[in-house]
Design a protein around this ligand. Structure first.
Ligand SMILES: [Zn+2]
Length: 328
């Protein structure tokens, strides 16, 4: 387990401890209130715990047969519990007002049921992963909302297929990538003009990764390079910056958005090469998205960067009419 993931587990376990402590305090407050309003209930509770202790000692001393002792204990406890219930009802309390309080009744705020993670655990984990990912993924951005019909089905003269056929194949590639299917690409390069679904598609993949409990980190190229540069030259070595650098290097999926819009210099090129190259060696998936054409990419970036991108990324073209101009 990576330290990243184990930090997330620690954080979730901390949340459960806090929930249990808070609920325990709430329950103690309720019980204290009832004891002060109806002192007889306190006596009843004391008697019930005494009964259990007395039975155990009677059986151990040979004063009673285990079976008879248990029968008597059950009868005594029932009498006392019935009285307690009547007292609570007479004072307008719900009969279960003193019981243990849980936010999740399924796992009793432990996070697991019969050795499996409870749904509340997965919910907490996804919230943390979502926060760490640095993306706000809209509910609408998921594979089941992928609508190929938004794209024209008229064949494009330049590419020989329609935007709709193209996006259908993008969908298949993206889904297979998100699921990590055998033979699926390890890295994707999304290129094409704005408003053609590049961000939507990478959001769908990010969401799917998070739902699988995997770490994702998204950052636009300009921001990423400036953070790395500020760190390198000692202008910002804060913990937040270090966390971002560590997320870029160690998240299970890295999404670099808008490559080509950064302020470029020889240092930004070497950062880009190092990030891409080390993730390729470690086989850690990446998505890069850019408005640049492949020709521009080759023109702007060094040969060693282009050879890594074009050699190790599945190159995916987005084309068609800008969906945003169509009001979508
Ligand atoms: Zn639960």
């Amino acid at each position: 387990m990576s330290s990243y993931i184990s930090d997330i587990c620690d954080e979730i376990n901390k949340q459960y401890r806090e929930i249990r402590d808070a609920n325990k305090k709430k329950q103690e407050k309720v019980i204290a209130e009832i004891y002060s309003k109806i002192p007889r209930i306190k006596k009843i509770d004391e008697k019930i715990s005494d009964i259990a202790l007395n039975v155990a000692s009677d059986v151990l001393n040979g004063d009673a047969s285990p079976q008879r002792a248990v029968q008597k204990m059950q009868a005594d406890i029932k009498t006392l519990t019935d009285e307690k219930t009547r007292l609570l009802i007479n004072s307008n309390y719900p009969v279960d007002v003193m019981k243990d309080i849980y936010c999740c009744d399924k796992c009793r705020d432990r996070g697991h049921v019969d050795g499996s993670r409870c749904s509340c655990y997965l919910q907490k984990r996804n919230i943390i992963l979502q926060k760490l990912s640095n993306i706000k993924i809209s509910e609408k951005n998921s594979f089941d909302k992928f609508n190929v019909n938004l794209f024209s089905d008229l064949a494009d003269a330049k590419y020989g297929v329609s935007p709709q056929e193209n996006i259908r194949s993008v969908y298949k590639i993206a889904l297979s990538f998100a699921r990590g299917e055998d033979g699926s690409p390890n890295n994707l390069l999304f290129y094409g003009a704005t408003g053609l679904g590049k961000t939507f598609t990478s959001d769908c993949i990010a969401k799917s990764y998070i739902e699988q409990g995997k770490t994702v980190f998204y950052m636009s190229a300009p921001k990423m390079f400036s953070i790395f540069e500020n760190y390198k030259f000692g202008r910002d070595i804060s913990a937040a910056t270090q966390r971002i650098i560590s997320s870029v290097n160690s998240s299970e999926l890295l999404i670099i958005d808008d490559l080509g819009t950064e302020f470029r210099n020889s240092y930004s090129d070497s950062i880009l090469f190092d990030i891409i190259n080390s993730r390729i060696i470690e086989e850690m998936p990446m998505i890069i998205s850019t408005n640049l054409s492949i020709k521009d990419l080759k023109h702007i970036y060094s040969e060693r960067i282009c050879s890594r991108i074009l050699g190790y990324f599945n190159v995916v073209l987005f084309f068609g009419e800008d969906l945003r101009l169509k009001g979508i």
